[in-house]
Write a protein that binds this ligand. Structure first.
Ligand code: F6R
Length: 616
């Protein structure tokens, strides 16, 4: 979704801004722009389309200023046009602003400003805010130069409802950036003779790993050699400088064609990293100290609610099957966007988990806050250290999957799957899972990275199958029990990167409606289980075959299918029941990836999608 990069330092801002924008390009956007401070005026360059288009224009103009702000916009208010792109200038040209989020009461503020003589050249809510800042600046005492800039922003924000990460520059202040956040991330990177204030650490990880994460309600005033933080309610804040653990190379393509491909192939390592340090010494259970809950407290939990969006929601659905089966605790799975408004009655011994790769998804964050407001202990499974969800939760588990740049989640999903499997083991062993079963579970987990590696070694074969199926416009993904969430994930992966219509169903639901779609034009991808339910899935496959539907099956080695039933077969290693979802995921990821490549789609930047969804 929208991204912010801003720079103050000794060098020209232009290089850092364009480089930063390219590094956050993966978040999804449809226009981009920069504003620099040039000898007492602010110069704005904006372009619809890709950053390369903006960069060409910037190269022509050659701005030299050492202070600047930049933005990638994912359209919400108003179409993708140059006028709606950020940065936005105030009417008098004194202020330039970049904004992530949505100002919900912008219509009221706009009417007020219009009555004061302000005019607007865009349809955005953001242009309203920059003019409100300008309005307050004119009202501030002129002799208090130190405070005037920050104060005008603080006063403006008091009137704003909604969400924002903003950075503002003013032509009276050639070295100063002022930023603020509410439910939209903003992070300060502290480099040598330079500072970068951005919405994503990827924007500056090549330059520095020393960071300060801003919290909601904070305003930061940054110059090239200093910074200070206060709150909208005028309190001083002591900043904590932290080190980020990602390196610039983690976010680079290397020898891969796409980040999605790279991240699919990184899964053996990502799974090892997710498991590292979480096995008991006697290898009979998992341990999760970060939950900040004693065994006694965990034993008292009699219901768990999982909340998330998209792919992370599929990981939650897998958690439901696993935790109910191995720990015998009832689990409910909620879309975060529904949970936050649903006002569900919860029991006192309910534990809530939110699952979010980015840790910034607005609906998931809101679900976390709503749950905490009602007094429920709320834990997070999250991949980004220092993210808002990680900081606001009462405890949790880091995925340690490394940065995920491809918009379609792959390694972050399987690392969530392994974590929820280990959670089921941890909770199960505290209740009635035997020592023998625990130790078998741990052994299976330890073999998992190698098993994933074995599937990845078959990627060329999966690519050939993908090429055969790539011309279809409709797909069904079908799986039963613990593989049902993976059927949903397979359908989501395919539709988001190849724009093919795909639906995921529990295989037995086929005859309750979707069977009407079956024809030679609509292939079915069957995810088959290794247990007794396999035979039931076979019956569902027969129903498809009887209607001339093509069948691509994913099955464990040793599974035997009746002659002629399956058109293509991808074999995965046999595994512990709890880990079958992870092994079934790898072929569906590869299938989607290769189909999208075959159709010439922009895999890492699929249309209309954003990596981190920071609006409702
Ligand atoms: C799909 C995908 C999305 C995200 C969803 C939640 O491939 O990546 O569905 O899973 O937007 O994102 P996080 O996990 O960052 O909260």
């Amino acid at each position: 979704m929208c991204g912010i990069v801003s720079y103050t330092g000794k060098r020209s801002a232009r290089q850092a801004l364009i480089d930063g924008l390219k590094r956050i390009e993966y978040r999804g956007y449809d226009s981009a722009g920069i504003a620099t401070h040039e000898k007492d005026t602010l110069q704005v360059i904006r372009k619809p389309g890709r950053i390369e288009v903006l960069a060409e224009e910037v190269d022509k103009v050659e701005p030299e200023g050492t202070l600047g702000i930049a933005h990638t916009r994912w359209a919400t208010h108003g179409e993708v046009t140059e006028a709606n792109a950020h940065p936005h200038l105030s009417n008098n040209g004194k202020f330039a602003l970049v904004h992530n989020g949505i100002i919900e009461n912008y219509v009221t503020i706009k009417k007020f400003l219009e009555s004061e003589g302000y005019t607007f050249s865009s349809e955005t809510d953001s242009e309203v805010l920059v003019n409100l800042i300008s309005y307050h600046y004119d009202k501030e005492p002129k002799n208090d130069k130190n405070n005037r800039f920050c104060e005008s922003i603080r006063k403006s924000l008091l009137h704003v409802e909604g969400t924002y990460g903003i950075v503002v520059i003013c032509d009276d202040y050639p070295n100063d950036l002022v930023g603020a956040r509410k439910s939209s991330p903003l992070i300060l990177g502290i480099g040598k003779d330079e500072k970068i204030l951005a919405s994503d650490v990827s924007a500056f990880v090549k330059r520095t790993q020393d960071v300060v994460y801003l919290r909601d309600g904070e305003i930061i005033h940054v110059t090239e050699d200093d910074f200070s933080i206060t709150t909208v309610t005028q309190k001083d804040v002591t900043a904590v400088i932290e080190k980020i653990e990602w390196k610039a190379e983690d976010a680079e393509l290397g020898s891969f064609k796409h980040f999605m491909e790279k991240e699919i192939f990184e899964q053996p390592t990502a799974l090892e990293n997710a498991m590292r340090g979480h096995f008991s010494e006697d290898a009979t259970t998992a341990i999760f100290g970060g939950l900040n809950m004693s065994a006694q407290e965990l034993r008292q939990v009699d219901r768990i609610i999982f909340c998330a969006c998209g792919t992370a929601w599929h990981a939650c659905l897998t958690a439901e099957y696993l935790i109910e089966r191995y720990a015998r605790i009832p689990v409910e799975v909620e879309y975060a966007s529904e949970f936050r408004y649903r006002n569900a009655p919860l029991d006192k011994n309910t534990l809530v988990f939110v699952v979010s790769q980015s840790g910034e998804t607005l609906d998931t964050l809101a679900a976390l806050r709503e749950s905490q407001r009602k007094g429920y202990r709320t834990l997070a499974i999250n991949n980004v250290v220092g993210s808002t969800i990680a900081r606001e939760s009462d405890g949790g588990i880091y995925q340690h999957a490394g940065p995920e740049i491809g918009v379609a989640s792959t390694k972050a999903f399987t690392s969530q799957l392994v974590i929820v499997a280990m959670l089921a083991l941890y909770l199960g062993r505290m209740r009635d899972m035997s020592l023998g079963d625990g130790s078998q579970f741990v052994n299976a987990l330890k073999q998992l990275p190698e098993q994933v590696h074995q599937i990845l070694e078959k990627s060329h074969y999966i690519q050939e199958i993908a090429q055969k199926y790539a011309h279809h416009e409709d797909f069904l993904f079908l799986g039963r029990q613990i593989l049902f969430p993976i059927a949903l994930e397979g359908a989501l992966k395919l539709k988001e990167i190849s724009y093919i219509h795909a639906e995921g169903y529990p295989a037995a639901e086929l005859k309750h409606g979707p069977i009407a779609l079956i024809s030679p034009k609509c292939p079915s991808v069957f995810l088959t289980n290794q247990e007794s339910i396999f035979n039931k899935t076979l019956a569902n496959m027969q129903e498809v075959k009887a209607r001339k539907g093509e069948i691509l099956a994913i099955a464990a080695a040793g599974r035997i299918f009746p002659e002629g039933l399956v058109d293509d077969l991808i074999i995965v290693p046999p595994a512990h029941a709890a880990l079958q979802p992870i092994l079934a995921t790898i072929p569906v990821q590869l299938l989607s990836y290769y189909i999208a490549v075959e159709r010439g789609c922009d895999v890492d930047k699929p249309r209309n999608l954003a990596k981190s969804v920071t609006v409702e």
